[in-house]
Design a protein around this ligand. Structure first.
Ligand code: KG4
Ligand code: ZN
Length: 337
């Protein structure tokens, strides 16, 4: 079955064709990064307008690259929550129109469930490896999720304030780096001394929740006092190390507490090189099977939505066309229809 995936929850317009929840035929992502860079962050109104402009060309490209006619699409999967409401509505309206015109089933996918399924696209053996502990690290979320099977999730821990990606982005802004902060801060950190500045590791010694807001404040205080004395590469490397230390420690703790031996790290921050290296080393030490998708599948894309949609459809069936679009929504557990 060819699944058409649609993702417009933030600043990437993305359409993908994925076969049977596993084989990516196309995964087109039109990023709006350049548009938002001058504002230092995503401007919701600008994002919505550009989704409207870019949607049809991106859809055409996804079908062409995926060598798929619209008539061959068997299922439509679209992100309907959570995200910027105006941005989500562009993808959802287009998806509903396509489902009606083509007379095809549609499923509404939670954005974080899409991120979880990027790991299954990267390693299909995950389907036989439940339960899995997943760490979702994106611009808006930082969560540890217990995955019992498709649609059966439990929250193990979450951030109490900023998300990991937000910590990267806010830190980058304080360092005078352009948007998007995460990748730029990481580039600046290359060759820097990660032990030069002893930044705090929020809540590192207890539980499975996260806190990154103190780190951002510590960076601001440090920069005010330091007045440029410390090389910025050292500051960036120390800041990056503080975030990565916390993420690695918490995933290790979640694995030890649950006794689970399969893990995945997904979401935009999973594209971070240091995080990848440190997570892989931790997985070897713990004897855990770890999946971290390639960067293209870590950041927002429609292939992950199509993959989640395929499994959703085969587990719970289609959604009614009247489904809602929501700016906020917890990652829920689904019951078989
Ligand atoms: O998953 P994603 O593409 O969008 C959301 O759902 O939020 O994640 C975007 C986040 C941003 O905060 C961005 O700075 C961060 O992921 N990010 C990175 C890297 N690439 C993207 N953070 C650190 N290092 C990277 N290489
Ligand atoms: Zn995302």
């Amino acid at each position: 079955m060819k699944v058409l995936g649609i993702e417009t929850s933030c600043d990437e317009t993305s359409v993908a064709v994925v076969e049977s929840g596993a084989r990516i035929r196309s995964n087109i992502v039109a990023s709006q990064v350049d548009l938002h860079a001058r504002y230092g962050g995503v401007v919701p109104e600008v994002a919505s307008r550009h989704h409207v402009e870019r949607f049809i060309p991106v859809l055409r490209e996804a079908l062409a690259v995926g060598e798929t006619k619209l008539s061959e699409v068997g299922l439509i999967a679209v992100t309907n929550r959570p995200g910027l409401l105006g941005a989500l509505l562009v993808g959802v309206s287009a998806a509903k129109a396509l489902a009606m015109a083509l007379k095809r089933p549609i499923v509404a996918i939670h954005h974080l469930e899409g991120h979880l399924y990027s790991a299954f696209l990267a390693d299909s053996t995950l389907h036989e490896r439940h339960p899995i502990v997943a760490l979702i690290v994106s611009g808006g979320h930082t969560q540890l999720v217990w995955m019992e099977g498709y649609g059966r999730y439990a929250l193990l821990g979450a951030t109490r304030d900023d998300a990991a990606g937000e910590a990267f982005d806010k830190g980058a802004r304080l360092l005078g780096l352009p948007y998007p902060g995460g990748p730029n801060l990481s580039k600046l950190a290359v060759g820097g001394d990660p032990e030069r500045v002893p930044f705090p590791r929020g809540m590192i010694s207890e539980g499975l929740d996260f806190s990154f807001s103190g780190l951002k404040t510590a960076l601001r205080t440090f920069l005010d006092k330091d007045r440029g004395a410390t090389p910025l590469a050292d500051v960036a490397a120390s800041y990056e190390a503080a975030i990565v230390d916390v993420l690695v420690t918490k995933l290790r703790r979640a694995l030890q507490m649950t006794g689970v031996n399969t893990a995945c790290v997904v979401g935009g921050v999973a594209a971070n090189r240091l995080l990848q290296r440190r997570m892989k080393a931790m997985a070897v030490e713990e004897g855990v099977h770890l999946v971290m998708p390639e960067p293209m599948l870590c950041t927002d894309n429609a292939a992950m939505i199509a993959a989640a949609g395929y499994w959703r459809y085969h587990t719970c069936g289609p959604d009614a066309l009247s489904f809602d679009t929501l700016a906020t929504a917890p990652l829920a557990t689904f019951q078989r229809a």
